[in-house]
Design a protein around this ligand. Structure first.
Ligand code: CU
Length: 140
C-alpha cells in the first residue's frame, strides 16, 4: 500500500516536471523566432552609435576642451572632477548640465547631439569660466 502511494506520487511529480519542461520549451520557442528580428536590430545599433567622451575638469580647465560629434549622435560624457574644489559642466543650448561634484567624483551625461553648430561648454560655479573652465562642442 505504502509502495503504491510512493510510485503514484513520483509519477505525478515526474509528470508535472515533464509538463513544465514542455511548457517552458514551447513558450520560449515561440516568441524566440518572432522576437529575434526586433531585438537584434536596435541593440547593436544603439550600442555602437554612442560616442563615449571623458572630460577632466580641474582648476581651471576642461581636458579636452574641444569636442566634435555628429548631429543626431548619442553622446555619453563621463565628467570627472580631478581638481580640489567643486565643479560642474554645462553645455549651452543642449540642455545638458552635470551635477556639481567634488574632487574625485564623476557624473555621467547622456544626450543626443543637436543640430550642427558650436556649443559653449563651461563650469557655472564662481568665476571658473573666466578662469578657463570652458570649451566648445562642435556638432558637425
Ligand atoms: Cu569649476
Amino acid at each position: 500500500m505504502a509502495d503504491k502511494k510512493i510510485w503514484l506520487v513520483l509519477g505525478v511529480i515526474i509528470g508535472f516536471i515533464l509538463a513544465v519542461i514542455y511548457l517552458l520549451s514551447t513558450t520560449q520557442g515561440l516568441p524566440k523566432t518572432s522576437n529575434k528580428k526586433e531585438e537584434s536590430t536596435p541593440r547593436p545599433s544603439s550600442d555602437e552609435s554612442v560616442q563615449l567622451i571623458t572630460i577632466i575638469g580641474k582648476e581651471y580647465s576642461f581636458e579636452p576642451a574641444a569636442l566634435t560629434v555628429s548631429s543626431g549622435q548619442k553622446v555619453k560624457i563621463i565628467f570627472k572632477n580631478q581638481g580640489f574644489s567643486l565643479h560642474n559642466l554645462v553645455i549651452d543650448g543642449v540642455n545638458v548640465t552635470s551635477k556639481t561634484i567634488g574632487p574625485g567624483e564623476e557624473d555621467i551625461l547622456e544626450f543626443t547631439a543637436p543640430a550642427t553648430g558650436i556649443y559653449e561648454i563651461y563650469c557655472s560655479l564662481g568665476n571658473h569660466e573666466e578662469m578657463g573652465m570652458k570649451g566648445q562642442l562642435e556638432v558637425r
